[in-house]
Design a protein around this ligand. Structure first.
Ligand SMILES: NC(=O)C1=CN([C@@H]2O[C@H](COP(=O)(O)OP(=O)(O)OC[C@H]3O[C@@H](n4cnc5c(N)ncnc54)[C@H](O)[C@@H]3O)[C@@H](O)[C@H]2O)C=CC1
Ligand SMILES: O=C(CO)COP(=O)(O)O
Length: 322
C-alpha cells in the first residue's frame, strides 16, 4: 500500500515521518518543484520542520500525478486557505483531513472535511488532537482521534497507530473538527494573555470560560459534548494554548506586543486568524454569542486595545457559572 500526503509544511512532513518510519511508502506533495528537490537532496525539511531526518520510505515530489498514483488514500495537510487547490489535483479514493480550520461558505459554517468532500466528491475522515508537528516527528508520545465514516476511521487508525502515536476513533466528525477550529481562536487569546503578562490565573480563567464557549457553540452546531472534553477538544486546547511551538499562541503574543497582522504568518500558518473571521460571519447570521472569539476578532482586525477587550469581557453581566 501507499499513502499520499498533500502539503509539505510542518504537519504534512511530521505525518509523513510517522508513516514512513512504519515502513509505509509515503509520497509527500510539495507545492514548489525547488522545495521537493531540496527535501529529496537534503532529506530534511529545513523550511518547515528543521532538525528531523526524513526516513527512506518518504518520497517528496511536486508532481501530483506521481504523488497520488496508486495511493490508497490522501492525507490533506494543507492550510485551510489552500484547500481549494485540491480541485485541480487527481482524485484519491478517499481523504483524511489533517487541516484545522473553519469556513463560512454560502451561508454555512463548514469544517475542512466538508469542504474537502465538496471539492473532491469523495468520502472524508478527519484527524485531530494535541499533536505538535515538532514533537510528533521526534517520536515524543501523544494521542489523536480519527473521526468519520466507521470504515475510514478504523483504517486510518490502523495506518497511523504506532508506539508513540496512539489513535482513537470517533463517529463525531463535526465535533472533532469544530474543536480543531475553535481551539486555535482560543490559543490566540491565550497568547494575548501571555503577551500582556496577565498571569497564570488569568490564562486558566480564560481557557476554562473558552472551553465553555467551545462546548456551548459546538454542541449547538451539531457536535457531541463529550468530544469537546476529549483529545481534539480540551487536549488540543491545552497543547496549543501552553505551547512554545504553537503558531496561534505565538501570534496572539506577538500581536499584543505590537507586531503587524501581516507579519504573523512569517513562522507558519495561523489558522485562528481565518477561523475567527468565519465565526464572526456565521455569528451575524445565527445570532449566537461568542464573547471571547469576538474579542479576538476585534483586537486582530479592528485594532481594539487588548486591555479594553479584557475589561469588556470582565464587565459583562455577572451570572451563574454554567
Ligand atoms: N504544525 C502542526 O503542529 C499542526 C498543524 N495542523 C494543521 O495542518 C495544516 C497545515 O499546517 P502546517 O503544516 O503546520 O503549516 P505550515 O505553515 O508549516 O506549512 C504550510 C504548507 O502549505 C503550503 N502552502 C501554503 N499556501 C499554499 C497554497 N496556496 N497552495 C498550496 N500549498 C500551500 C506551504 O508551501 C507549506 O508547505 C493547518 O491547518 C494546521 O492547523 C494540525 C496539527 C498539527
Ligand atoms: O494544532 C496544533 C497542535 O495540535 C498546532 O497548533 P499551531 O497551529 O498553533 O502551531
Amino acid at each position: 500500500m501507499k499513502v499520499a500526503i498533500l502539503g509539505a509544511g510542518a504537519w504534512g512532513t511530521a505525518l509523513g515521518v510517522l508513516l514512513a518510519s512504519k515502513g509505509i511508502p509515503t509520497a509527500l506533495l510539495a507545492r514548489r518543484r525547488e522545495h521537493a528537490e531540496a527535501l529529496r537532496a537534503q532529506r530534511e525539511n529545513k523550511d518547515y520542520l528543521p532538525g528531523v531526518a526524513l526516513p527512506a520510505y518518504l518520497y517528496p515530489t511536486h508532481d501530483p500525478e506521481e504523488a497520488l498514483s496508486g495511493a490508497e488514500f490522501a492525507v490533506v495537510a494543507l492550510p485551510s486557505k489552500a484547500l481549494d487547490t485540491l480541485k485541480d489535483l487527481p482524485r484519491a479514493p478517499w481523504y483524511l483531513s489533517a487541516t484545522k480550520g473553519l469556513f463560512f461558505r454560502e451561508g454555512a459554517l463548514l469544517t475542512p472535511s466538508q469542504w474537502v468532500a465538496a471539492l473532491t466528491g469523495r468520502p472524508v475522515a478527519a484527524l485531530s488532537g494535541p499533536n505538535h508537528a515538532e514533537e510528533v516527528a521526534r517520536f515524543l508520545p501523544t494521542a489523536s482521534v480519527v473521526a468519520g465514516p466507521e470504515a475510514l476511521a478504523r483504517r486510518a487508525q490502523e495506518v497511523f497507530h504506532s508506539p508513540t502515536f496512539r489513535v482513537y476513533t470517533s463517529a463525531d466528525l463535526r465535533g472533532v473538527e469544530l474543536c480543531g477550529g475553535l481551539k486555535n481562536v482560543l490559543a490566540l487569546a491565550a497568547g494575548m494573555v501571555d503577551g500582556l503578562r496577565l498571569g497564570d490565573n488569568a490564562k486558566a480563567a480564560l481557557l476554562t470560560r473558552g472551553l465553555r464557549e467551545m462546548v456551548r457553540f459546538g454542541t449547538a452546531q451539531g457536535g457531541e459534548e463529550a468530544t469537546f472534553y476529549g483529545l481534539a477538544g480540551l487536549g488540543d486546547l491545552l497543547a496549543t494554548a501552553y505551547s512554545l511551538h504553537s503558531r496561534n499562541r505565538g501570534a496572539g503574543e506577538r500581536l499584543v506586543r505590537g507586531e503587524a497582522l501581516e507579519r504573523l504568518e512569517d513562522r507558519g500558518v495561523v489558522e485562528g486568524l481565518y477561523a475567527v473571521k468565519a465565526l464572526m460571519a456565521w455569528r451575524q447570521r445565527a445570532g449566537v454569542e461568542l464573547p471571547i472569539a469576538e474579542a479576538v476578532y476585534r483586537v486582530a482586525y479592528e485594532g481594539l486595545d487588548p486591555l479594553k477587550a479584557l475589561s469588556e469581557l470582565m464587565s459583562r453581566e455577572p451570572k451563574a457559572e454554567g
